[in-house]
Write a protein that binds this ligand. Structure first.
Ligand SMILES: NC(=O)c1ccc[n+]([C@@H]2O[C@H](COP(=O)([O-])OP(=O)(O)OC[C@H]3O[C@@H](n4cnc5c(N)ncnc54)[C@H](OP(=O)(O)O)[C@@H]3O)[C@@H](O)[C@H]2O)c1
Length: 345
């Protein structure tokens, strides 16, 4: 089955995920979808210093939105912020330092952000990694899982109360078409069984993100949730984690800007928020989250068992972390006023 899934997926990828695939799909894009101003709306983008995240932050800034860049390295983040401010002319761009693999700090960060900001209209879970040699964080959690799944789970859960009190709230998660080869596995979240294959662990995490998107859509109907595949884009993640793939694909890879196109569309356009919540997108279109005959679907019970484990880990990881300040140095605090809707916690 896994050979079948991999072959079908790769053939699909060569046809759809490349630069040519983007150019073909983009013939159906409506330019007016993005002919919009988002002044007054705020956007949090994780991993916004590089690749798809930076291109998304740039596009949002150019449309007048307030951008909260959540990055793990201050220097790289400030450098990217300077580029975004220079090119967009928008100074409402703020850097927050957070390493999503440090799962104990993520809940604290969300709580501090919630107490300091009046609203958050759009959360873009973009940060991601493919660590090819098994490694663990300070809590003993496998690094890809800690970053791609648990960190983004804790961040999203922590920001739901703020999103719910904001206008037209959206959560967009940058998953990957690689998840099509995986069925959700709730029995080995730490990848301890069998040999460790970073590519497959990453693909499993990306499946987990898609299942979470569907779960959250049912749980929080006031928020629009979506997951998406950016295609195969030439970014530092690809050159670092998949150098042979990058070499093989050469200039058939999309640009980072092309990879970011659907994230930007989901974040900004009015039409995107009219689509069904919980959907998986590629090139501005809702697409199936499963390959035909691949048997990758999960029952509601399997998804719930997975979410229950995340919740248990999220609680354990937060209780093990000593309280510390979040690394937010440049964003002004917004004090609550009578006109501000109360933030539930
Ligand atoms: N490029 C593709 O072909 C492709 C295909 C499918 C899905 N994706 C997904 O697209 C998203 C963006 O990746 P990209 O291709 O644009 O690569 P990228 O340029 O390397 O961006 C990845 C971003 O995630 C950040 N990040 C990684 N681990 C983090 C952590 N523990 N805490 C906080 N931030 C962290 C990176 O920070 P540093 O700069 O500090 O490392 C960087 O800002 C990822 O979720 C990736 O899985 C990409």
């Amino acid at each position: 089955m896994s050979l079948y899934r991999n072959v079908i997926w790769f053939l699909k990828g060569i046809h759809e995920y490349t630069r040519n695939g983007f150019e073909a799909a983009s013939k159906n894009f409506e330019a007016r979808d993005l002919d919009i101003s988002v002044v007054g709306r705020s956007f949090m983008i994780t991993g916004a210093n590089s690749g798809i995240g930076k291109e998304t932050a740039m596009a949002v800034a150019k449309k007048g939105g307030t951008v909260h860049m959540v990055c793990r390295n201050r220097e790289r983040a400030e450098e990217a912020r300077a580029d975004i401010v220079r090119e967009s002319g928008n100074t409402e761009v703020y850097v927050h330092v957070l390493d999503l693999s440090e799962t104990g700090k993520v809940g604290e960060f969300a709580e501090a952000f919630r107490s300091q900001q009046r609203s958050l209209n759009v959360l873009i879970n973009n940060a991601g990694c493919m660590v090819n040699k098994r490694d663990v964080n300070a809590m003993g959690l496998e690094m890809n899982f800690a970053t791609n799944t648990l960190g983004m789970y804790i961040l999203t859960e922590g920001l739901v109360p703020l999103l719910q009190n904001s206008r037209d709230p959206r959560v967009i998660t940058v998953s990957s078409g690689g998840m099509l080869v995986q069925k959700l596995r709730a029995d080995d979240l730490q990848s301890e069984q069998g040999g460790f294959d970073g590519t497959m662990v990453y693909a499993q995490n990306k499946r987990q993100q898609v299942e979470l998107t569907g779960h959250w859509a049912k749980l929080h109907p006031a928020i629009h949730f979506s997951a998406m595949h950016p295609g195969w884009a030439d970014t530092p993640a690809v050159s670092t984690s998949m150098p042979q793939f990058r070499q093989m694909m050469g200039d058939r890879l999309r640009s980072a800007e092309q990879g970011a196109d659907t994230v930007v569309w989901l974040a900004l356009s009015r039409v995107a928020s009219k689509t069904a919540s919980g959907t998986f997108f590629q090139d501005r279109e809702a697409v199936p989250a499963h390959l035909p005959l691949a048997w990758t679907g999960s029952s509601a019970e399997e998804v719930q068992r997975f979410v229950d484990q995340l919740e248990t880990l999220a609680r354990a990881t937060s209780s093990q972390t000593p309280h510390q300040e979040t690394g937010d140095a440049t964003c002004p605090r917004q004090t609550m006023t009578a006109a501000t809707p109360a933030v539930q916690s």
